[in-house]
Design a protein around this ligand. Structure first.
Ligand SMILES: [Zn+2]
Length: 271
């Protein structure tokens, strides 16, 4: 899945240019504010290389579970409903990780001990689910909301048996996952924001380290990417509405991408 990010150095340069008494850029000058396509991975920081030769690490405002949820949204838009369910299910698992680790740090488990504990459950989702149920219950004094039995059955048959669901099934599955994530996420950010920030910043630090080791530059800039999870938490926007909002942007990006592929193919044919 692609998102479009701006080059922070160009944004600063554009602001400086607009404030100065310099004459406006001539027509056909390469625009400084052009966004650049970035392929999303599990990271929260991405390298943006612009046409002016800058290279910057830019944060996005999405955490692992939010990125996976958006990949599910784009799978629905592209007509891959089984892949949508797989991504929504992975998003929920990563959300359980975020919630469990936030609660553990809030209850003063030292950071390095927490990392060791997570290593013991990192490759088994059943262990993670067990940890989440109890950590949530201890902290909120309440059993957490989990996937309903019919949705868990749909996930299992899609992920393990190759069942291809319908669009309506994929949307209903995503809607349920979104409601679990947004409800608990809101409670976490409202009650234990410091611990939640610590989990996000631990991950961000590792992400930035990778970019710097690869020769990139650190940036304090964050690009905001619209997401279903933020939309649900802040505006109570259901998944159906997020799909409608995303469809136009997604189609436009696809058209641009295909035009580029056709252009390159034609150019090759004529050489
Ligand atoms: Zn630039």
């Amino acid at each position: 899945m692609q998102v479009y990010l701006s080059c922070p150095e160009c944004v600063d340069e554009q602001a400086r240019h607009e404030k100065s008494s310099e004459s406006p850029d001539p027509i056909n000058t390469q625009k400084r504010l052009s966004p650049y396509p970035i392929q999303l991975t599990n990271e929260v920081s991405y390298e943006v290389k612009c046409v002016f030769g800058h290279s910057s690490a830019v944060f996005i405002n999405l955490f692992k579970h939010e990125i996976l949820f958006e990949i599910g949204v784009h799978s629905i838009l592209d007509g891959y409903y089984r892949e949508a369910i797989t991504s929504f299910a992975a998003s929920l698992e990563r959300f359980y990780e975020f919630a469990s680790r936030s609660i553990a740090l809030h209850h003063r488990l030292p950071n390095d001990e927490e990392v060791k504990c997570w290593k013991d459950i990192a490759s088994q989702s059943e262990r993670q689910l067990g940890a989440y149920i109890y950590l949530h219950a201890i902290h909120f004094k309440k059993q957490p909301k989990l996937l309903s039995n019919p949705q868990a059955a749909l996930r299992n048959s899609s992920v393990h048996k190759g069942q291809i669901p319908t669009r309506d099934e994929a949307v209903a599955f995503g809607e349920e996952v979104l409601s679990i994530i947004s409800e608990t996420s809101l409670k976490i950010w409202q009650t234990i924001p410091e611990a939640a920030h610590k989990v996000v910043s631990n991950h961000a630090e590792m992400s930035v380290k990778k970019i710097i080791e690869a020769g990139g530059v650190q940036s304090n800039t964050t690009n905001c990417v619209d997401s279903a999870v933020h939309g649900k938490i802040h505006d109570e926007r259901p998944l159906k509405e997020h799909l409608e909002r995303t469809i136009l942007r997604h189609s436009r990006n696809k058209v641009d991408k295909h035009k580029k592929i056709i252009g390159e193919f034609e150019a090759k044919r004529h050489t």
